[in-house]
Design a protein around this ligand. Structure first.
Ligand SMILES: Cc1cc2nc3c(=O)[nH]c(=O)nc-3n(C[C@H](O)[C@H](O)[C@H](O)COP(=O)(O)OP(=O)(O)OC[C@H]3O[C@@H](n4cnc5c(N)ncnc54)[C@H](O)[C@@H]3O)c2cc1C
Length: 481
């Protein structure tokens, strides 16, 4: 049955944090706006929704805390949605206590690669090249990860450290990698010196932007902003998502879930309406004033029928979540999470929830291992749960995160096919080309926000800053009407 609603609603594609926060921002700017949000999932929240198991056990999709955007419009909204006392609020050196498994060692003091374990001859080469390279950093590295890394560290470090690391993680050469790799994988700094020496060297901005202080809990106050990290006091990011969904609905916004397909009616240079079809067979046509798309340029191009010939995108690593509960804390000190960059591991990240949400450990100590089976040449969809669990347990032992005395109280493998976007130069160029072809269509009432809507948009603080600026431009523009 096709039902036509009143003319001129704002339609938001995607009910993740971006779509939901966007709806609240639009309502702030235009309280009379009529908004419909749709999502293919059965619940709003996207990657920030929690996974729930029978008996009330909850896990997030790996590590997800909310880092502020350093923009009061965004950050105040978090506190409007959920009272300050319902958040854990972490600041300064407590904001992000992260480590690394690198060269066979668990680093609990920093998530930047530590080069102090290389031999003396190698370290001399690294240092000499690094110092000489400090003079030669003015070249524009464009989108190339290799060029950016070279300008940061010089050739010796890039060849010995970053080339094998990028290959082991993403299965591509550093030449093929987009500079986003550097941000996504915290490669912008390395550790070369002990704390005392670094305290002196950190007087230099050039050094500080390249070398990390090897003791994150005692890092001197060099930060340029007072960004905080927020996590609900109750365990599960779902507690924030539920409040966010409630706040959005309270504003009269309609949220449609379980959506099977979408058809845009776009006879000229405007989307006049969208037909949203549910998985239960119902469909609804919504007259549309503006379409805010938070689910990526490729989907936008597909919905508009843009010719995609000649564009090929390579899919990123499939992510499998191993959700585990142990009878005692993992051997991770105060770390919230670690990355694992060594070859021979499928684990990409291990999260110890109890360290940033003590309520997580009511009946055991929950740990999530985010696996990229492709790192071991394995096909995620072909990996039986038992094999996956055995692999994870073995890797946690090899990293020293659990011992033989750790008892596994609960385990669940989530292997539903989510992906980490592959940060290759070819993919960035592909997205840019798709974006160009969409814009060339000249449809003037669509706006795109969310992951990869613009260069380097991936983490929620940047995504929301971008989305809010798009909204402010669109919905405060006098010419809109
Ligand atoms: C594996 C992985 C790990 C990450 N780790 C971190 C991290 O540690 N820290 C961090 O800050 N960020 C991380 N991110 C990024 C973070 O998840 C995003 O910044 C955040 O989720 C963006 O919110 P969003 O609402 O734009 O997108 P999403 O959370 O992805 O929400 C998009 C919504 O759109 C819906 N949707 C998608 N396609 C369609 C369609 N065709 N029709 C209808 N609905 C659709 C989805 O169901 C979903 O609800 C990670 C992302 C991934 C993939």
């Amino acid at each position: 049955m096709i039902e036509t609603t009143v003319k001129g609603k704002i339609v938001i594609a995607g009910a993740g944090v971006t779509g939901l926060m966007a709806a609240l921002r639009i309502k702030q700017l235009d309280p009379g706006a009529e908004i419909v949000i749709f999502d293919k999932a059965d619940r709003p929240g996207g990657m920030y929704q929690s996974i729930e198991y029978p008996g009330g056990r909850v896990f997030d999709h790996g590590m997800h805390v909310i880092y502020e955007s350093c923009n009061p419009v965004v950050d105040d909204l978090y506190r409007e949605v959920m009272d300050e006392q319902d958040w854990h609020i972490y600041e300064n050196n407590e904001k992000d206590i992260a480590g690394l498994f690198f060269r066979g060692r668990l680093q609990d003091y920093s998530h930047y690669v530590d080069l102090r374990s290389f031999n003396e001859a190698e370290k001399k080469q690294f240092l000499g090249d690094f110092m000489l390279n400090l003079e030669a950093d003015s070249v524009d590295s464009g989108r190339s990860a290799r060029q950016l890394l070279l300008s940061q560290f010089g050739n010796e470090i890039v060849e010995a450290v970053h080339r094998p690391l990028v290959q082991a993680l993403y299965g591509m050469s550093v030449e093929e990698a987009d500079r986003f790799v550097v941000k996504a994988t915290a490669l912008e700094r390395v550790i070369l010196f002990n704390p005392d020496t670094m305290l002196d060297l950190m007087q230099s901005g050039k050094i500080r932007s390249r070398l990390a202080f090897p003791d994150q809990l005692n890092l001197p106050p060099y930060r340029t902003n007072d960004q905080k990290a927020l996590y609900p006091r109750r365990f599960g990011m779902k507690h924030f998502i539920e409040r966010l969904e409630g706040a959005v609905r309270q504003q009269g916004v309609e949220i449609l879930t379980n959506i099977a397909s979408l058809t845009l009616h776009c006879p000229s240079n405007r989307v006049n309406s969208v037909t949203i079809a549910g998985k239960n067979g119902d469909s609804k046509e919504v007259a549309t004033s503006t379409l805010l798309w938070t689910i990526g340029w490729p989907g936008m191009a597909h919905a508009l029928g843009v010719d995609m010939s000649g564009i090929s995108m390579t899919r990123g690593p499939k992510v499998v979540y191993a959700n585990l509960v142990f009878d005692k804390p993992p051997e991770m000190g105060r770390l919230y999470y670690i990355y694992c960059y060594d070859p021979g591991f499928a684990a990409f990240r291990v999260t110890n929830y109890t360290n940033y949400c003590p309520a997580a450990s009511v009946d055991g100590f929950p740990v999530c291992v985010e696996l990229w089976p492709s790192r071991l040449g394995l096909e995620a969809s072909q990996l039986p749960d038992e094999q996956c669990l055995a692999l994870v347990m073995d890797e946690l032992r090899r990293m020293g995160i659990i011992t033989d005395s750790h008892k596994l109280e609960f385990s669940a493998i989530e292997n539903k096919g989510g992906e980490f976007p592959l940060p290759s130069l070819a993919n960035t160029a592909g997205i840019r080309e798709i974006k160009k072809r969409v814009l060339d269509k000249g449809v003037n009432n669509i706006e795109v926000a969310g992951i990869m809507a613009d260069d380097d948009l991936f983490f929620i603080p940047d995504i929301l800053n971008h989305a809010f600026s798009v909204i402010e431009k669109t919905f405060t523009d006098e010419n809109r009407k």
